[in-house]
Design a protein around this ligand. Structure first.
Ligand SMILES: [Zn+2]
Ligand SMILES: [Zn+2]
Ligand SMILES: [Zn+2]
Length: 458
């Protein structure tokens, strides 16, 4: 994807290519002078299938997967979800496409070719507010699908397994619950017929009847067999039944099976699959939940660092706190430090200056080892009461309570010395940039945690 600016910084006019027929696609993607278009408009596709086919081709292409695609008219919810939707005017499409391309500047395009995970995460990242949404198609086998996942993977990955994996790695987070569906354990179809059946022989030929229980002989039978010439009389022993409670009563059993003649109070619910005909008990059906999912903070980091194997995640073992509560605590400490008696604290920012280069030259595994040993040593330096967080730029922030200027300088030099821990035989090492501030002294007028960290970073 090209940036929306020319070499001299002026906004370049976006080129959105019109596509009407699947045959137009190879031409639009072919190596032309100006390269790929900035996006596509699927326009006036005669047939819905044609449109779907074009969209599928674009989304599964290594170079085109993340390009903005707009629909000229509404086709179905499936296309809506896997495209960038309907945009009414040309201007609106250009604004939307421009935003996508702008966000794409944070993404390393090469990493997307290697990893479908990253491709999907980057798709969510480049579209603000975009979520993974299940789409209902009442006529489809499984009823719901995640079209974006199906299109991006070219149908190679099964969405439920893929979602579970991304969730476990923490790249996406759960959002609204959309539906819960039961499926046939044999064929995974969701078109099921629930039938009441006889619990003894599983026949569905059952009917509801009233029963009479004769107290004289103890026998039970359908109510209509107890009526003789207008009066109630037991067909077995001939006793006259006058009063309910003293001569007879009505037992709770009120079903009779037409196949095996057994009577019972509650029929069993069984389930027949419309697609493969298999009968299952309801407890044997597989249950599938459909939710919306959004990109998590960790997912954003993965997109930006171009790696789902997060080199920095090991830092989260250092009395880690999420950025939001960390900010609260920092602000609270800042305010507290300005009230007498003086109780200074220190904020330390550790940046990993050359991690990208070292990764290029030494490889991911080596850097990961270097980070591991570094973190192990860091753990020895920080105290139980110190807390850490990781910024979106992967800096390590340390909040060190009850630490004054002197203690802070000592600590900073100890951290800086840890560069040696990462030194390799060929001389490569991880460069650490350590910046510190001690409060209340180093706070400028009205600064809060966020502006303070930004100033320290320079
Ligand atoms: Zn039966
Ligand atoms: Zn009787
Ligand atoms: Zn089935």
């Amino acid at each position: 994807m090209k940036e929306g600016k020319d070499m001299d910084g002026k906004e370049r006019k976006l080129h959105l290519a019109f596509l009407e027929h699947p045959d137009d696609l190879p031409g639009a993607l072919a190596d032309r002078e100006e390269g790929l278009p900035d996006g596509f408009i699927l326009s006036g596709c005669g047939k819905k299938e044609d449109c779907r086919m074009i969209l599928k081709e674009i989304r599964k292409g290594d170079d085109t997967a993340l390009l903005p695609v707009f629909l000229d008219e509404f086709l179905s919810n499936e296309e809506q979800e896997a495209s960038d939707g309907l945009a009414r005017t040309r201007e609106e499409m250009e604004v939307l496409a421009g935003n996508i391309i702008k966000r794409f500047r944070d993404v390393d395009e090469n990493t997307l070719k290697k990893s479908l995970d990253l491709r999907l995460l980057a798709f969510l990242y480049t579209r603000e507010e975009k979520k993974l949404r299940p789409v209902l198609d009442p006529l489809s086998r499984g009823l719901y699908s995640y079209p974006l996942m199906d299109y991006l993977s070219g149908g190679l990955l099964e969405s439920s397994g893929w979602i579970a994996e991304l969730l476990e790695k923490g790249y996406i987070r759960e959002e609204d619950l959309v539906d819960r569906i039961r499926k046939c354990p044999k064929c995974d179809g969701a078109h099921l017929n629930y039938v009441d059946v006889c619990p003894f022989c599983r026949s569905m030929d059952i009917r509801q009847v009233s029963f009479i229980h004769c107290f004289t002989c103890g026998r039970v039978g359908p109510e209509d067999s107890f009526i003789r010439e207008g009066v109630m009389q037991c067909p077995y022993c001939g006793a006259r039944l006058r009063h309910i409670g003293s001569d007879y009563d009505k037992p709770t059993d009120n079903y009779i099976c037409g196949s095996c003649s057994q009577t019972f109070a509650e029929p069993e619910v069984s389930c027949r699959c419309f697609l493969c005909g298999t009968w299952s008990l309801t407890e044997n059906l597989s249950v599938r939940t459909y939710r919306e999912y959004a990109l998590s903070d960790k997912g954003i980091l993965a997109v930006r660092s171009g790696s789902t194997e997060d080199l920095y995640s090991v830092l989260d073992t250092l009395n880690y706190m999420k950025p939001e509560p960390f900010r609260h605590l920092l602000n609270w400490q800042l305010d507290l430090s300005e009230r007498p008696p003086d109780e200074p604290f220190c904020l330390m920012i550790i940046s990993f200056q050359n991690i990208g280069e070292v990764r290029e030259s030494a490889g991911w595994r080596k850097v990961s080892e270097m980070m591991d040993s570094l973190t192990k040593r860091l753990r020895g330096i920080i105290r139980k009461t110190d807390i850490s967080t990781r910024t979106s730029a992967n800096d390590l922030l340390l909040l060190l309570p009850k630490t004054g200027k002197k203690g802070c300088v000592v600590l900073a030099s100890k951290v800086k010395e840890l560069e040696d821990v990462t030194r390799q035989p060929d001389g490569t090492y991880l460069e650490l940039l350590v910046k510190t501030a001690v409060f209340p002294g180093d706070r400028q007028n009205g600064e809060d945690g966020v502006s303070l960290v930004a100033r320290l970073k320079g």
